[in-house]
Write a protein that binds this ligand. Structure first.
Ligand code: IPM
Ligand code: MN
Length: 355
């Protein structure tokens, strides 16, 4: 029995989670999987009523009692500085030491790519984003706040252990791709200390992994190349902040934020949090407009993480079949509602043959 904590969150989070759970129940029935989904409330309401984003007892339950976490989205305008979003999401990423943020960029239907003449073969790679360090540590401070002389400092934290483990993960990962291609992107020409460390560790791992076709690009060149010719990439590894940015670019290459899934994992402990790359999109709430596919594809990643590879492939195949049938939300060219897409994918999970 696998126990899965489900955090619907804010905005469209509960709407997309509802559809992912429909698909989850269906895939569990078809593959005879014992999956138990249990809702855990962590959202703006709980923060506003308790004053705590991630209460220690909830964190401990999530850490000790569940095999994986599925998260919808967080963010609410009543919490203007996004304190609860940082508290929950960054709290879980760092608290569970989820140092890998894996973000596939996989075009599932050629009509969805904004690049001229690019088919599904051309857009198929993954971003490995470092997920616990860099600019996300919250280290820094403000002096003389609100005055003309204000000084604001945000520190970029890079540890050898943190850099080495994510780069090693990416080298290993690249070994399972057909052309064994890995690209590491940084700004070591300017950030000579922090990113200089990335470059030095990368260069030493290259020698350890001669079978991997490892390449280095500065981050500005990477974003240009991702648009010019995405087919050159298999695994891209980069730091937390750059990974955040390039994963939104990657999301657009595969049809927008409604299609981009992600996995936050700790390969050492097996902990994992799965979530769409998109946010809570308050403007879409209640209209049936939210595309649940990113969350459904995140569920597919969760299933693979739990060792249910066939079930995971089936969920992805059902999303592809739904796109081909045109029964999708307006952001990906259809007229269906969030719930109709969930129904459609769930039906197809029960019937589509995996190829
Ligand atoms: C993401 C999001 C988060 C991030 C925000 C919401 C904290 O943009 O998962 O990409 O920056 O990591
Ligand atoms: Mn982001």
């Amino acid at each position: 029995m696998a126990r899965i904590a489900v955090i619907p969150g804010d905005g469209i989070g509960p709407e997309v989670i509802r559809e992912a759970l429909k698909v989850g129940q269906e895939v569990a029935a078809r593959f005879d999987l014992e999956l138990q989904f249990e809702t855990v409330r962590l959202d703006a309401d709980t923060y506003l009523s308790t004053g705590t984003a991630l209460p220690p007892e909830t964190f401990e339950r999530l850490r000790d009692e569940f095999d994986a976490i599925l998260l919808g989205a967080l963010g609410d305008e009543r919490v203007p500085d996004m304190a609860h979003l940082r508290g929950v999401l960054l709290g879980l990423r760092s608290g569970l030491d989820l140092f890998v943020n894996l973000r596939p960029v996989k075009l599932l239907h050629e009509d969805l790519c904004p690049l001229k003449g690019r088919g599904c073969d051309a857009v198929c790679f993954e971003i490995v984003r470092e997920n616990t360090e860099g600019a996300y540590c919250g280290l820094g401070g403000t002096l003389r706040r609100g005055t003309e002389a204000e000084i604001a400092i945000e520190q970029d934290v890079n540890t050898r252990r943190g850099v080495e483990r994510i780069l090693r993960f990416a080298f290993e990962r690249a070994g399972s791709w057909p052309r064994r291609r890995l690209c590491m992107a940084d700004k070591s020409n300017i950030l000579v200390h922090g990113h200089g460390l990335w470059k030095r560790v990368f260069d030493s791992l290259r020698e350890e992994y001669p079978q991997i076709r490892a390449r280095h690009l500065y981050i500005d060149a990477l974003v240009m190349e991702m648009v010019r010719d995405p087919s050159q990439f298999e695994v891209i590894v980069t730091c937390n902040l750059f990974g955040d940015i390039v994963s939104d670019l990657g999301a657009q290459l595969q049809g927008g934020m409604g299609m981009a899934a992600s996995a936050n994992t700790c390969p050492d402990s097996g902990a994992g949090l799965f979530e769409p790359v998109h946010g809570s999109a308050p403007g879409l709430v209640g209209g049936g407009l939210a595309n649940p596919m990113a969350t459904i594809l995140s569920l597919s990643m969760l299933l693979a993480h739990l060792g249910h590879e066939m079930a995971a492939a089936q969920v992805e195949a059902a999303v592809v079949a739904t796109l081909e049938g045109g029964r999708c939300t307006p952001d990906v060219g259809g007229t269906a509602t969030t719930a109709q897409v969930g129904d459609e994918v769930a039906v197809r999970v029960g019937s589509t043959a995996v190829t």
